[in-house]
Design a protein around this ligand. Structure first.
Ligand code: HEC
Length: 105
């Protein structure tokens, strides 16, 4: 009985650790980008993980992403046009979201 309890506690611990490791979209992203983007899946726009791959190894990835998100338009994904600043994101939100996107693996 004691061992069952210990293994139960251990597996609950693993589940909690697993969910904190998985990247979750920041609140601003959910509100202002989430209608068209997800982290893992292509929706109206590309999956943010794929954007991170596109800029892998680029030291200025976050800066370039922020510039594109601010001006909107097409960036070679052939998915259409992105509205400038998504759904009304502020410059500060764009900066932090771009750093988040660039840091995805
Ligand atoms: C109305 C839909 C829509 C919204 C809202 C939207 N996007 Fe996009 N986004 C797109 C589409 C479509 C593309 C792909 C354009 C293309 O085909 O090149 C895209 C492309 C991108 C890219 C790729 C840029 C690159 O350099 O390749 C990034 C990063 C991005 N979006 C971030 C965001 C962020 C951050 C927000 C919220 C502030 C946001 N998007 C809101 C539709 C949207």
């Amino acid at each position: 009985m004691k061992t069952i309890l210990i293994s139960m506690v251990a597996s609950i611990g693993l589940v909690v650790a697993g969910s904190t490791l998985a990247a979750d979209m920041p609140a601003a992203g959910k509100a202002k980008c989430g209608a068209c983007h997800s982290i893992d899946n292509k929706m109206v726009g590309p999956a943010w993980k794929d954007v991170a791959k596109k800029y892998k190894g680029d030291k200025d990835a976050a800066g370039k992403i922020a510039a594109n998100v601010t001006k909107g338009g097409a960036f070679g994904w052939k998915m259409g046009n992105m509205p400038p600043k998504g759904m009304g994101a502020t410059d500060a939100e764009i900066k932090s979201l771009s750093e988040f996107i660039a840091g995805l693996k």
